[in-house]
Ligand binder design. Sequence first.
Ligand code: SUG
Length: 420
Amino acid sequence: MTKLQEINFDGIIGPSHNYAGLSLGNIASSSNAGEASYPREAALQGLAKMRHNIALGLAQGFFMPLDRPNIGWLNALGTTVNKAESHIRAAAYSASSMWAANAATISPAPDSKDGKCHMTVANLQTMPHRSHEWPGTLAQLQLAFASQDNFAVHGPVPSPFGDEGAANHMRLCAAHGDVGVEIFIYGKSGGPFPARQNIEASKAVARRHAITEERVILAQQSDKAIAAGAFHNDVVAVANEQVLFAHEEAFEHREEFYAEVKRKFPQAEIITVPADKVSLADAIKSYLFNAQLVTLPDNNGMALILPTEAKDTESVWSYLQELVAGNGAIRKLCPVNVRQSMANGGGPACLRLRVVTDPELVDQRFIATPQKLDAIAEVVEQYWPETIIPNQLTDADLLGKIQDARRAVLKTCGLMELES
Ligand code: SUG
């Protein structure tokens, strides 16, 4: 018998973290384009979030930053770091793999007909800077989840069907280790911003993961939400166990979708945040729904691990006070400071990939402990650049520093086989 548990794997924020304004439709990314970033502070904020969650009694893992700039990708484009046009150079340097919610879609073993935990690495092909993440991510998934008796790790869904991973996927279940209903959210193109999750990719992932049709739901993200800056579903909705917590304007056909949820998972508790209490604009600005909705140990109910921006947004914070006072499933609010990631449109939930499995089946090098996080923090203090302005990406010294920093963290974690 295995002991299934939810483990949150956070992407360690890489040494090349910068604000290049690469994501059309992501308001924070566009509005901070060209600003100075603080990679060291960013990575320390991410590590502090992991420590915070471990202290709550949650299981925590991490992924290594990818090799940036991606010189192989530049070479495949017939160019080099020095010769590339600035938007291509910036795409090669992006530390975007920190947002592990976009690394892959995960279907835990109880959901799959073959009893294995299935994972499909996301192709992220809508955005050039993210489209070259998947080979590095796949290498880590194959290493971390190497047991082929327990895991089936799939390559990316083929082009042209954009797939952005767990950010557009939710799971409802009585408890993490029980069989679940999996919800795949896609967008339709035609609005001012790209719809990044293609319905064909969602369907393909559900088929590849061998989930019984009766336990699959496909739902369309609302055009309005995408146009307002919700480039992924996890900016307007989050689920955990029996709870679905969503903005009133998150889904295109809300009533039909809710009816299907109730039919396929009658125990569902749907908490809809009304637009007249929290506008779509405030939800997106505060990243209220990009909270990690987690189950606390010892029957202490659920907590929302929120960005501090949620506390700073009056409508959101007063709504949340009411919510936790109501004695429902969500009982605790935990604001965490991930402002460096937030300034590129990545909140607490973007930074993590949820995997339900027995922690003992995972390569232990990817499992976090307070001691390991301390050791990683030391490397970050010593090697991560303090600050980067995107127009410095031509600087050869910076390039060397970024490469040394990654090598140092791989070495500290005993993961040198991921070096190239
Ligand atoms: O893909 N930002 C990321 C943020 C991803 C957030 N993830 C989830 N919602 N799960 C994106 O848009 C900005 C990079 C830049 O502009 O430099 C960026 O890629």
